[in-house]
Design a protein around this ligand. Structure first.
Ligand code: ADP
Ligand code: MG
Length: 261
């Protein structure tokens, strides 16, 4: 049964429906030199509360899949159900709402607005959701505190390290309380220690209930995830549990606690 009231109030773990399910997903990019077949029939289900790494060589279709999961792009063929709802049936308005409320997106290159402060960057999805003024600022400040950046709220991106910028981007992705976080190579521009801090935050969000799909080509990063899906040539080549996921050090969380105390 599908809840018709606020989706955030749905007891997701009890519905049994996969949070994400795709079947026979294909994506073809028409190009002058010949079409590129980026996805060749992807079948995948992700349950609420999972933390999944999607690995695979460059060009194997990982980002294409993530963009479709984020409702930023449509498949050429195949089906995508989000909490049991066929995404292809959603109107443009409903899609925009899903993107804003249900899904948080994190990118390798952070994608922050350079002329806006950390706080303003994090506030942006709230403005799109119709939350403005003091309530928006307070929620954005809480999201920044959750990633250990309470004291950097007024800094602009160029006044922050790469790791701090990615933490701002994560705060922006979670400020509307999305059920799903999709991260495309979130540690791709970061050193090992900073990557571990980012993974600590993602593991913490996952433990708090977020469903996370994380694209990475680094085995060290996938090792933090209890499930690893391997892509090859636009298809799922392997989908295996990782029974002993690494636990990332939780230093940023302590920062966050100090920041709000
Ligand atoms: P990955 O993230 O695994 O590196 P991508 O999903 O980015 O792979 O790309 C898969 C294939 O689709 C590649 O051959 C890539 O060049 C092609 N591709 C991706 N995006 C586009 C696009 N917007 N237009 C044309 N081809 C694209
Ligand atoms: Mg990619």
């Amino acid at each position: 049964m599908q809840a018709t009231n606020g989706a955030a109030a749905t007891p997701d773990r009890e519905t049994q429906l996969p949070r994400i399910r795709v079947a026979g997903l294909t994506k073809r990019y028409p190009m002058p030199a010949g079409d590129v077949q980026a996805l060749r029939g992807v079948d995948l289900a992700v349950q609420a509360g999972e933390l999944v790494a999607v690995m695979g060589p460059s060009g194997s279709g990982k980002s294409t899949l993530l963009h479709i999961l984020a409702c930023l792009d449509r498949p050429t063929s195949g089906q995508y159900w989000l909490d049991g709802t066929p995404v292809s049936k959603l109107s443009v308005r409903q899609l925009a709402r899903v993107r804003n409320r249900r899904i948080g997106m994190v990118f390798q290159s952070f994608n922050l607005l350079p002329r806006a402060s950390a706080l303003e960057n994090v506030t942006l999805p709230l403005l799109y959701a119709g939350v403005t003024g003091k309530p928006a600022e307070e929620r954005a400040a809480l999201a920044l505190a959750a990633v250990g950046l309470a004291e950097r709220a007024q800094n602009h991106p160029n006044q922050l390290s790469g790791g701090q910028q990615q933490r701002v981007a994560i705060a922006r992705s979670l400020v509307t309380g999305p059920a799903i976080i999709l991260a495309d190579e979130p540690t791709g521009n970061l050193d090992t220690k900073t990557s571990e801090e980012i993974m600590a935050i993602l593991q913490q969000l996952n433990q708090a209930g977020a469903t996370i799909v994380l694209v990475t080509h680094e085995p060290d990063i996938a090792a933090y995830c209890p499930r690893i899906v391997r892509f090859a040539d636009g298809q799922v080549a392997e989908d295996v549990p990782n029974p002993t996921p690494r636990q990332a050090s939780a230093a940023p969380v302590r920062d966050a606690a100090e920041g709000v105390a």
